[in-house]
Design a protein around this ligand. Structure first.
Ligand code: CAA
Length: 380
């Protein structure tokens, strides 16, 4: 695969890098400490077209390719993985599926403002008893005239408090297992729909995660996404598309760990010389650099296949599985290189580890990625 980036892709990468350093970095430490959502930053990302990167201009998106999205996601997540996941959920888990499977009503009324970044989206699949085993949906929607009435609880929802539009996956016919699952668009403020308190998380603390409660929440029938009974297929296909987003976030964190380690190793002295001159440190840096590069290439490969209209499910799962593993490994090595300084908040590397861990859990755990990869391998 050819990774000679076009001028446009390089320009988007540079724009993301400059934006992240100038607009995101100055507040990232404070927001992480306070668990504060980056409202103003998300507005500015929207001005850059980064909240609807791959949506076509017909639906008010920026019409960029997946490679550009990956490059931008890496640059943003290098500086702040919380901002990375907010951007990733809106682009990959919300916009992507709505453009591909949404009706004209959904595209005109929900996708357009989401792609412009005026509204923020969330994807509500997980439940207290349906995480990896996503067919076990308890949230139930029942038809009542021209509306559906939703009851149930969702949890671990990224952008849960700050979103305006929510994709909500529900059970509509339990006897049909996954073919009795339906996806809906639900607007914030719909009577019977409430969000819970913000989770006090280990990492990505500046993004908000919470539960959602539906109590006789009435949603018009035109808010069904794709069609009744297609909700599980919708969720699976959307998650296929989401994986290169989280893979990019993980690559960004891993790259940040490497960059911080290189800088520190050239400054810190021990045994009469900079620690970068010790082979023990050099070997760590070499391994980190190799892993970051491999993770980036896998992620770009998945994106390139998608842009070419070729199958990318296995490759996206591999990219997510490998990049998230590398992200945790590089963050741990960065702490080791920094010694005691790596263990305190004064240096950023402790946050990299806290932020990295979730990439092995959300949008399909590492165990789920292995299932997806193995199934694709055994298909033929
Ligand atoms: N792509 C497309 N379709 C798929 C698919 C995939 N990767 N995996 C399964 N399907 C389809 C199957 O083809 C089948 O459809 P048909 O009947 O139409 O052929 C249907 O789904 C059911 O398939 P299975 O019976 O094989 O499904 P399963 O019960 O064995 O589960 C699974 C498959 C892959 C384990 C699935 O449950 C899964 O992906 N679980 C993980 C869920 C997940 O990723 N949750 C993350 C929550 S989102 C999040 O984290 C967002 C956030 O806020 C950051």
């Amino acid at each position: 695969m050819n990774f000679q980036f076009t001028e446009e892709q390089l320009m988007i990468q540079q724009t993301a890098k400059e934006f992240a350093e100038a607009e995101i970095a100055p507040t990232s430490v404070e927001r992480d400490k306070k668990g504060e959502f980056p409202t103003e930053i998300v507005k500015k990302l929207a001005d850059l077209g980064f909240m609807g990167m791959m949506v076509s201009p017909e639906y008010d998106g920026a019409g960029m390719d997946t490679i550009s999205y990956v490059l931008a996601m890496i640059e943003i997540s290098k500086v702040d993985a919380s901002v990375g996941v907010i951007m990733s959920v809106n682009n990959s888990l919300v916009n992507y599926g709505l453009e591909k499977w949404g009706s004209d009503h959904i595209k005109n009324n929900f996708l357009k403002p989401l792609a412009r970044g005026e509204k923020l989206g969330a994807f509500a699949l997980s439940e207290p008893e349906a995480g990896s085993d996503a067919t076990q949906q308890r949230t139930y929607a029942e038809k009542d005239g021209s509306h559906w009435v939703i009851n149930g609880i969702k949890n671990w929802i990224t952008n849960g408090q700050s979103a305006d539009y929510y994709i909500v996956i529900t059970q509509t016919d339990p006897e049909l297992r996954h073919k009795g699952i339906t996806a809906f668009m639900v607007e914030k403020g719909t009577p019977g729909f409430e969000h819970g308190v913000k989770e006090d998380k280990l990492g990505i603390r500046s993004s908000d995660t919470c539960s959602l409660t539906f109590t006789n929440c009435r949603v018009p029938e035109e808010n069904v996404i794709w069609e009744v009974g297609k909700g599980f297929n919708f969720a699976m296909n959307t998650l296929n598309g989401g994986r290169y987003g989280i893979a990019s976030q993980a690559v960004g964190i891993a790259q940040a760990s490497l960059d911080a380690s290189l800088k520190y190793a050239k400054e810190r002295k021990a045994f009469g010389t900079e620690i970068a001159n010790h082979q023990a440190i050099q070997f760590k840096l070499a391994d980190m650099a190799m892993k970051v590069e491999a993770a980036k290439l896998l992620t770009l490969q998945a994106a390139g296949l998608k842009d070419a209209g070729l199958p990318y499910v296995k490759e996206a799962a591999m990219a997510k599985l490998y990049s998230s593993k590398v992200s945790v490994e590089c963050a741990l090595e960065a702490i080791q290189i920094h010694g005691g300084y790596g263990y305190v908040r004064e240096y950023l590397v402790e946050r990299y580890l806290r932020d990295a861990k979730i990439t092995e859990i959300y949008e399909g755990t590492s165990e789920i990625q292995r299932i997806v990869i193995a199934r694709e391998l055994l298909k033929n």
